[in-house]
Design a protein around this ligand. Structure first.
Ligand SMILES: O=C(O)c1ccccc1NCC(=O)[C@H](O)[C@H](O)COP(=O)(O)O
Length: 215
């Protein structure tokens, strides 16, 4: 089956249309004020109307309370909630039931024992985003252009549909897919010309390489 691609951290129409036209299956909007990719609900709502059916609109949140989720969901027709903080499995289940949308939980990996969380979150989330664990001095929990050792995932059974993330670029995405057999990939900084601004040519190149047949 073709690899699914998520382009995350879209803030403007040019990057969004490049992603959609090149075949992205998911587009991500970041609702986290500390991020250079943060969008207001109004901006996201304006972008969301340009997303065709068949492309899922993912809203990314970091440890949101219900009010923060309500504030966005009342304005933006999201299809999936991505939780990218330290939300517990119970909180993932609560968000899923309270808001009635699929939840994608990000799990940070840097060493073998981090893989245990994939089981815990796999029991409650609809999808997993397997990302690099940020370094201790990182200011953002994601979008850092940092990769983890993909060999940790080789041969591993994952309970739910999942996307590989962290430090992916047009140059390395095919190798990452080959090593992990990821059914989908997610990228943010690896296709940017500046933080928060996607480079359409890099977006197209990334999607073409991610979806090319594996040799
Ligand atoms: O991208 C951000 O600014 C961000 C901020 C806060 C939490 C998560 C964030 N990004 C999460 C993503 O889903 C990224 O696409 C993922 O971490 C991969 O990022 P990159 O290594 O830059 O491709």
């Amino acid at each position: 089956m073709a690899v699914s691609v998520k382009i995350c951290g879209l803030t403007e129409a040019t990057g969004l249309s490049a992603a959609v036209e090149a075949g992205a299956r998911y587009v991500g909007f970041v609702f986290f004020p500390k991020s250079p990719r943060n969008v207001t609900p109004e901006t996201a709502a304006g972008l969301a109307v340009q997303v065709p059916l068949g492309v899922a609109k993912v809203g990314l949140f970091v440890n949101p309370d219900d009010a923060a989720l309500d504030a966005v969901l009342s304005r933006v027709p999201l299809d999936i909630i991505q939780l990218h903080g330290s939300e517990s499995p119970d909180r993932v289940a609560e968000v899923k039931s309270r808001f009635g949308l699929p939840v994608m939980k990000a799990v940070g990996i840097s060493e073998p024992q981090d893989l245990d969380a994939l089981w815990d979150y796999g029991l409650v989330a609809d999808m997993l985003l397997i990302d690099a664990k940020p370094s201790q001095n990182a200011t953002l929990p994601g979008g850092n252009g940092l990769a983890f050792d993909w060999r940790l995932l080789a041969g591993r059974q994952i309970l739910k549909p999942w996307l590989l993330a962290g430090g992916l670029t047009p140059a390395n995405v095919a190798e990452a897919i080959r090593l992990t057999r990821a059914p989908g990939v997610d990228v943010s900084s690896g296709v940017e010309s500046a933080p928060g601004i996607k480079d359409p040519a890099r977006v197209r190149d990334f999607i073409a390489r991610a979806t090319a047949p594996i040799l």
